[in-house]
Design a protein around this ligand. Structure first.
Ligand SMILES: [Zn+2]
Length: 406
């Protein structure tokens, strides 16, 4: 009888939760991390995989995705965004509300190989359509606080928070009514709140509210541990005011414990990123906010989690910082620090293996701007619950690098 089911040998293990950045072997048994050590003999395992020259991280977590496939017009396939892109855990960010949650649970969370968690929309139907009738989908008329809180409490294993928006379209119609209810529901259910920033829909005609007025009113309502999204968006009403300055209210919120998630999505801009970073904004999390419209899933701009992480490397962050933003940090937002996002012995055996390709890379944002970088991360394999899963080579531009084809 072998001591391990699987050993990943010779990789550079970066596990920020354990402050580990060293060459280590990773031993897995019964779906859990059993041992991380300088050397584990290949003979001690039923299967040994040589990952020398590659980076081994805790299973990456994409905190902001949209994977309510078929129920929404922008939902991606969970495994395509998840394990087949090198990401063992994805979180659907508000596609489902309490009325559509049963479909999410049965047809997405329970059928995917990827671990799929969610933040429940404060609106009862969730976001069924990505572009039409947003004023109805996100209206206070579709908020049912008690039923939403009850659903969260009934499914603590799957629902880890509440999703809402703080943006000019909603604020011009209803003030901050929906956000206030979302805070109350999150408080009642004992979970964090995740808040979209930047214009989602145009303001109601005749509104005198300026987009820059939204966040100074909204952010003081948030609590330590809540998250704001899209810091590098060029949309009006984001964390950058129309004069290019970061709202003082954003700095106050961060000082009070509010966290920032890159949430790449449709409005990520390198210009906005540089402006925000130059003014001291630091993201806590990197996620993709992948939609049906956002490549590599369709089209030509790659904003997979690995490439979004590469963009942060090109913007000046270190590899351990970026790995923390996709492992330990989102795990803490999920209330699962020490369980997910770490290779601590006893944790579920979710592991990502990435190659760091040195070269001259050109990254693109949604505005068509480019950014040069010297490193590109490409996932080569994942372990999900102890099981080796291959990367879908069609999703990445370096198909020869994926497991089994090197
Ligand atoms: Zn989103």
């Amino acid at each position: 009888m072998k001591r391990f089911d699987l050993v990943l040998k010779g990789g550079q293990v970066i596990d920020p939760a354990q402050r580990l950045n060293a060459r280590r072997d990773v031993g897995i048994r019964d779906g859990r991390i059993a041992l991380v050590a300088p050397a584990i003999k290949a003979e001690a395992a039923r299967e040994a995989v040589d990952v020398q020259g590659q980076v081994v991280t805790p299973g990456l977590i994409d905190l902001h995705t949209h994977v309510l496939e078929h129920f929404t017009d922008y939902g991606l396939n969970a495994d395509r965004v998840g394990v087949h892109s090198g990401v063992p855990t994805v979180v659907d960010m508000g596609s489902a509300g309490h009325l559509t949650f049963p479909g999410f649970k049965k047809f997405v969370a329970e059928s995917a190989k990827t671990r799929v968690l969610c933040f429940l929309s404060i609106n009862a139907y969730g976001g069924i359509n990505g572009s039409a009738r947003l004023d109805i989908q996100h209206s206070p008329a579709t908020v049912e606080p008690e039923l939403t809180a009850a659903t969260i409490k009934r499914h603590p294993d799957l629902i880890r928070g509440v999703k809402t928006h703080a943006e000019i379209g909603g604020a011009s119609r209803w003030g901050l009514a929906v956000l206030k209810q979302a805070v109350e529901v999150a408080e009642a259910a004992g979970v964090p709140l995740y808040v979209h920033t930047g214009q989602l829909m145009p303001p109601v005609p005749g509104s005198r509210l300026h987009p820059d007025d939204v966040l100074p009113k909204a952010l003081p309502l948030l609590r330590p541990g809540d998250v704001i999204a899209h810091p590098f968006s060029m949309m009006p009403g984001g964390i950058l005011r129309s004069d290019g300055k970061v709202h003082p209210a954003v700095k106050d919120a961060v000082r009070a414990g509010v966290r920032i998630d890159v949430a790449h999505g449709l409005h990520f801009s390198f210009t906005a990123a540089r402006r925000a970073l130059d003014q001291g904004v630091r993201p806590f999390i990197v996620s993709t906010d992948g939609h049906g419209e956002t490549p590599p899933y369709q089209g030509s701009i790659d904003n997979s989690l690995a490439t979004t992480m590469s963009k942060l490397l090109a913007l000046g962050f270190t590899l351990p910082e970026v790995v923390a933003m996709a492992t330990a940090n989102p795990a803490s937002v999920l209330g699962l620090a020490g369980t997910l996002g770490t290779l601590k012995p006893g944790a579920p055996a979710d592991v990502s293996v990435l190659r760091v390709l040195e070269g001259r890379w050109t990254f693109r944002d949604q505005k068509g701007e480019t950014l040069k970088g010297s490193r590109k991360l490409v996932p080569t394999l994942v372990v999900r619950g102890g099981e080796l899963v291959g990367i879908n080579p069609a999703l990445f531009p370096n198909p020869d690098l994926v497991l089994g084809r090197v």
